[in-house]
Design a protein around this ligand. Structure first.
Ligand code: ATP
Ligand code: MG
Length: 232
């Protein structure tokens, strides 16, 4: 059984559909990129999987159980790094981890896993670089030992060295069995990290496949971004 299963999902805000009839399966340990131009509905999909938005039609299931709310999604093991990251910028790295895990001890035990964050443990998060903040946001999301990790705008605005560190962190999580669904603007970077990718355009799935398959169709993908032609 797929760990995450979207069947004929219709999703949107205030009852207005943005994404229609989306089918998507993700297995434990798999990394899937969600691509597409601005306004395609990528964030809408993540918010629906995270329980922030209700499904307007079809279903979102985790391990066979339907996601219907944020607490339900969390209970089923969905952890969500939203755009903006949701960190407490006035608090330190250590305090953010403590808040997320509800435990000083858990934060202390987790920090050595992330040498870059450990070196910054007592610095206020507002003083960190964007890349350091994104590493912390992902570390916080992973601290609850999720089965599914959702990341919106994963590398937006980050320096190449930070992107590399982040990709390694996400790959490590997947190697431990976490299923990852992430949104990314940089198609080539996304295809490097992901096992598979889906391309949304105007709320519809216009291409999907393994990263190798989509790399071969890169030109067609770019065309679909720029509204010229659709991949067949
Ligand atoms: N708060 C909102 N209220 C009403 N409509 C919204 C709201 N946020 C987004 N939308 C609309 O929903 C559609 C999909 O938005 P969504 O944020 O899911 O797209 P996206 O693929 O994440 O885009 P981007 O790449 O710009 O982040 C867009 O047409 C957008 O205008
Ligand atoms: Mg978005």
């Amino acid at each position: 059984m797929s760990l995450l299963l979207l069947e004929e999902l219709t999703a949107g805000r205030n009852g207005v559909p943005v994404v229609r009839d989306l089918d998507l399966e993700i297995q434990a340990g798999e990394i899937v990129a969600l691509l597409g131009p601005n306004g395609a509905g990528k964030t809408t999909v993540l918010e629906t999987v995270g329980g922030v938005l209700p499904a307007l039609g079809g279903s979102v299931r985790v391990g066979g159980e339907e996601v219907r709310s944020v607490p339900r999604a969390a209970g089923l093991g969905v952890s969500y790094v939203r755009e903006g990251r949701g960190l407490f910028t006035q608090l330190t790295v250590r305090e953010n981890l403590q808040l997320r895990t509800h435990s000083r001890r858990a934060a202390r035990d987790l920090l050595p896993r992330y040498p870059i964050l450990e070196a910054l443990a007592d610095r206020r998060v507002g003083l960190l670089s964007g890349g350091e903040q994104q590493l912390l946001a992902v570390a916080c999301a992973l601290s609850v030992e999720p089965r599914i990790l959702l990341i919106d705008e994963m590398t937006m605005g980050l320096a190449p060295v930070a992107v590399k560190q982040l990709l390694e962190l996400v790959r490590d999580a997947a190697d431990r069995g976490v299923a990852v669904l992430f949104v990314e603007q940089h198609v080539q970077e996304a295809l490097q990290l992901a096992d598979r990718a889906c391309v949304l355009r105007h709320g519809e799935l216009v291409a999907q496949g393994t990263s190798e398959q989509l790399t071969e169709q890169l030109e067609a993908l770019h065309d679909s971004y720029f509204d010229m032609s659709m991949p067949s």
